[in-house]
Design a protein around this ligand. Structure first.
Ligand code: 6LW
Length: 509
């Protein structure tokens, strides 16, 4: 039985997974995107369907504008204990709600609790429930990975911190999880940073709180310095299926060009784990391959999955589909969906402002892809603009937009790379409706346009390498976004988007 990695494509970093009976649940970091903490479900660990978000209400999550790609929600951990799902995570940055907190629910596809904040240092918290029913917080601090008792009813950590391990000496010992098997407590962490030196290391002890000895074969999993299509593997979580087989879900990147770069963010890889010996053996002797051949998957053939190869939205309902994200907390004055259209009202901001703007995007999940949308924007006020953007972050994006410029309605192509930006092309466009298409591959992003019913014409594009994490920095992957901005003053014209479609491959024109 063969399966192909990634099993979850696009920007879904720092995976954590748990099993309840036949069902597996996965959560990922979400940074400055709202809603926060996507929750996915699977029965075979290969096909995943998004079923909700842990942080879907603005009163659960305050995302402070100002920083892109590295603030907001970091590495979560999901655990199930006595009928309750817990997700513990960190809000990083300047938000008034910054720090470590957890939420809980009995229905992972439904609403989750308000956040319960903890007075703990560091990032990447995890929970561990011991066989005797005690609950522990597993965290990171200056001294290393530590464990502390936690009272989940009271929402407090209690007693002393027990520092367990510093790792093997790699940078950033983080992403800790504890598992118990055959009387051993196994502590699994990541080291080396989330980039190309990323690795998974382990230590174990007979006692939860002390005496951890490192695995003699550390790192137990890494693709560093290997010519493999998947790079940067690490930040994993382990799960045992009901047949007694063990699996890891980790993050990894699909790189291209030289030196290697990636534009789709950190994606989820599934790794078979042989835990029949004293220490687990991950994947192919510690390496994560693009394709694994395994004797069996848990629950073969019964998993529903998101149709990521073809996603279309006619905006027929008020509630947006689960794959749409806003930047920072959404404001109802910025957009409305329903009756076949998505309407955006741009505020005075620019697209380069790391702030609340009228922007809704979904992850680019394939290197080769096509996105289409129809835009009606009868712009009249100088500077007001609406369009389609391929968006690494506020400082790294290419945009095709209708804009009122020099007293005329124009169709523009803008490229922004860092603080450098340029309107590369502007075409007088007196009509108010345009169809825009974006095609991507490993070399280029290219925009096309046509008047409704007309012939497609190329507008222009830009190199893919400048919209990569290696150029834009930090932790997220590319989004295709619909936006409207006023560039100095609030837009007076609503931007109306219809018939959005994202699909794998290039559509012939
Ligand atoms: C996360 C850290 C990491 O908190 O990246 O890959 C950080 N590992 O554990 C942000 O995603």
């Amino acid at each position: 039985m063969k399966f192909t990695n990634p099993v979850v494509k696009g920007c879904y970093p720092d995976p954590s997974v748990c099993r309840v009976g036949d069902d597996f649940y996965l959560v990922n970091s979400s940074f400055e995107f709202f809603p926060g903490l996507p929750v996915l479900h699977s029965r075979d660990l290969v096909h995943w369907k998004t079923i909700g978000h842990c942080l879907s209400r603005s009163d659960q999550l305050i995302l402070e504008p100002g920083e892109h790609n590295h603030s907001g929600i970091y590495a979560p951990s999901i655990r199930y204990h006595e009928g309750i799902f817990y997700v513990i995570t960190t809000n990083v940055g300047n938000s008034p709600d910054k720090g470590n907190f957890y939420v809980w629910t009995k229905d992972p596809a439904g609403e989750w609790s308000d956040p319960i904040f903890l007075d703990t240092p560091g990032i990447d918290p995890s929970l561990y429930f011991d066989e005797d029913g005690s609950s522990y917080y597993v965290g990171t601090c200056e001294e290393g990975i530590y464990v502390q008792s936690i009272d989940l009813q009271e929402g407090k950590v209690t007693g002393p911190r027990h520092v367990l391990w510093k790792g093997t000496g790699g940078s950033f010992p983080e992403g800790p999880h504890i598992y118990k098997k055959d009387g051993w407590y196994y502590l699994m962490i990541s080291e080396g940073g989330t980039e190309r030196c990323h690795m998974l290391t382990m230590a174990r002890s007979r006692s939860l709180l002390k005496d951890y000895e490192p695995c003699p074969k550390n790192p137990v999993m890494t693709n560093r310095s290997l010519p493999l299509p998947i790079q940067s593997v690490g930040h994993a979580d382990l799960v045992e299926d009901k047949n007694g087989n063990w699996w890891a879900i980790c993050l990894g990147t699909r790189t291209f060009s030289y030196p290697p770069r990636h534009n789709l963010g950190r994606e989820c890889m599934l790794v078979p784990v042989d835990f029949s010996g004293e220490w687990p053996v991950f994947g192919d002797c510690g390496r994560v391959l693009e394709e694994f051949d395994v004797p069996m998957l848990p629950g073969e053939g019964v998993s529903e999955a998101d149709d990521i190869d073809f996603f279309s939205d006619t905006f027929s309902t008020e509630k947006l589909g689960l794959s749409w994200n806003a930047l920072y907390n959404p404001a109802p004055v910025l957009w409305k969906s329903g009756n076949g259209q998505l309407t955006l009202w741009g505020n005075e901001r620019k697209l380069e402002d790391a702030d609340r703007i009228a922007w809704l995007g979904r992850r680019q999940q394939h290197h080769v892809s096509t996105t289409n949308v129809t835009l009606t924007f009868e712009c009249v006020q100088e500077g007001e603009e609406a369009g389609l953007t391929i968006f690494m972050n506020n400082y790294h994006h290419y945009d095709a937009a209708l804009m009122q410029k020099d007293g005329k309605r124009k169709l523009i192509l803008r490229r922004q790379i860092g603080t450098l930006w340029k309107i590369e092309k502007e075409i007088d466009y007196p009509k108010d409706t345009v169809e825009i298409m974006l095609q991507s591959d490993l070399e280029q992003y290219v925009f096309f346009y046509r008047e409704p019913g007309g012939q497609w014409k190329e507008l222009g594009g830009g190199e893919t390498i400048y919209l990569t994490t290696e150029a834009g920095g930090a932790f997220t992957g590319n989004y295709v976004g619909l936006y409207s901005v006023g560039n100095g003053q609030k837009c007076v014209t609503p931007a109306v988007f219809k018939n959005f479609c994202y699909q794998v491959g290039k559509v012939a024109i």
